[in-house]
Design a protein around this ligand. Structure first.
Ligand code: ARG
Ligand code: ZN
Length: 480
């Protein structure tokens, strides 16, 4: 069908080609060990992720010294070889001291053409299906390490932030850096006593073993994408509580928020209420903890799993529930159900933005229909906004307003087309079926068509894959 035809090189024909390649590989796999691929073939970032192994757990144990931006320590990766491997790649930009694979020293080389590709050659090939324990020791100054001319590692007044999308992991831990290979995490970071170290999940311990230093040990027990794994070091006030159902809540506020602090707290402290509302729409909250971090020096917000991070600027002019709803909606759309390819970004941003409309209606402000109509009516047909395709915006426009706003209008147009019953069933079924995994737009369209019992080419094609302002608004032709 048309949505498929338009992107056939990636999705439809790509599927067939992959199938053939698998057959060919299978027939030769036993013949000789081969290097794992340096990427998973993402259409926007071909070098992201690596072939030939699947990570189940990252144990990241670091020491961070804010005054010199010094990061050192060890990441231990637990993985399984998916093919017989003579070598495999890690995505990592920092300077490596040593790598051991299954308790033997391994050879390490960096691809000169792409310095984030580290080729690890174990002392002997890894049989298909065998467990891998990869211990990487490293030390570097992340703010000085540039990739394509910049660093995603951010220094703040009192520490640093490892928070970004789509690329951040390579500045602080070696990984299989693609949302299709999710894993559980232990993140244990030792920092000077006057700062804190925040990460995802539950604080399993905070301990002192030498004068002047404290180790913060965080644990995530649900599959988590590399880019959603974060580290924030700095002077934060940490507020801990428990939800009525027993989930730990950890919120943290940069100690330097000043007059912004009350509005930040009046927003982020309502995280449990937001999650309760979203559970009514999307189904059960998929994780073991929740919370938010408000910081200076980020410039955006990011839906880090169980603990979104917000730039203080979002609360400069007052409370901002939209951003809290948006990031928490991503816990379902993006974090629990991750993108199969970065080109599927609409599945994250369109739904997180639409959740803001649903919240507005929930609290008795504008209805979702009114908000969608207003956005549609506000942007003239000749505006460049309508030239970006939410269904495939391009790597450079991944976070273009059209992905968010036209993306949300697309969600509302879908709701108009299928009716409320099918629409809400569709979101819940998608999230339940894909929980802890990943999906792509074609799969979402197929599910929508199955539940609606009808072809939906027109609505998806027009709202996601066709340039220009759709003729009919998100509420249908009658409301134009
Ligand atoms: N997913 C984030 C959000 O919607 C956007 C992150 C933008 N990334 C960036 N590097 N500016 O809230
Ligand atoms: Zn978003």
């Amino acid at each position: 069908y048309r949505a498929c035809m338009r992107i056939r090189t990636r999705a439809c024909f790509g599927g067939v080609a992959t199938g053939l390649a698998t057959v060919l590989l299978a027939s030769t796999a036993s013949a000789a060990p081969a290097p794992g691929a340096p990427g998973v073939g993402d259409p926007y970032y071909p070098g992201d992720g690596n072939g030939g192994y699947d990570v189940t757990h990252y144990d990241i144990r670091l020491t961070y010294q804010p005054d010199v931006d010094g990061l050192s320590g060890t990441t231990t990766i637990l993985a399984t070889a998916e093919t017989e491997l003579s070598s495999f790649n890690l995505d990592f930009a920092l300077d490596i001291r040593s790598v051991r694979v299954n308790n033997r020293p391994a050879r390490v080389e960096r691809d000169t053409a792409d310095p984030t590709e580290v080729v690890v050659t174990p002392s002997e090939p890894l049989p298909e299906g065998s467990p891998m324990t990869v211990v990487v020791r490293y030390a570097d100054t992340p703010s000085k390490v540039t990739v394509d001319g910049w660093t995603a590692w951010k220094l703040t007044d009192t520490g640093a932030l490892a928070v970004d999308e789509p690329h951040i992991a390579e500045w602080w831990f070696p990984s299989n850096d693609h949302p299709t290979d999710k894993a559980t995490y232990d993140v244990a970071v030792e920092v000077p006593d006057d700062v804190v170290a925040l990460s995802n999940g539950v604080l399993s311990s905070r301990s002192k073993v030498r004068a002047g230093w404290t180790r913060w040990h965080w644990r995530s027990t649900e599959p988590q994408a590399t880019y959603l794994t974060f580290l924030a070091v700095g002077d934060y006030d940490v507020r801990q509580a428990t939800t009525p159902s027993g989930l730990p809540i950890v919120n943290a506020y940069d100690a330097g928020l000043g007059s912004i602090r009350p509005a930040a707290e009046a927003s982020v402290e309502r995280t449990p209420e937001v999650i309760e509302f979203l559970e009514g729409v999307f189904g059960p909250y998929p994780f073991e903890a929740q919370g938010g971090v408000v910081t200076n020096g980020l410039g955006f917000a990011l839906e880090n799993q169980t603990r979104s991070v917000y730039d203080a600027g979002f609360f400069r002019h007052g409370t901002n529930m939209s951003v809290v709803v948006h990031e928490n909606a991503h816990q379902w759309f993006g974090d629990s159900v991750s993108l199969e390819r970065w080109s599927d970004i609409w599945l994250n941003e369109g739904f997180a933005t639409y959740a803001e409309y649903l919240w507005s209606e929930h609290i008795g402000e504008g209805t979702a229909a009114e908000l969608a109509q207003y956005v549609y009516d506000s942007v003239p047909a000749d505006d460049d906004f309508w030239q970006v395709l939410p269904g495939d915006p391009g790597a450079d426009a991944q976070f273009h307003p059209a992905v968010y706003d036209r993306g949300a209008l697309a969600v509302h147009a879908l709701r108009t087309a299928v009716g409320d019953e099918v629409f809400f069933e569709l979101m819940r079924t998608w999230l339940e079926d894909k929980r802890g995994g990943h999906g792509n737009i074609e799969e979402f369209i197929a599910l929508a068509e199955r539940l609606a019992g009808t072809q939906l080419d027109d609505v998806f094609e027009e709202w996601l894959f066709t340039k220009g302002k759709p003729e009919a608004g998100p509420n249908g032709a009658a409301t134009r």
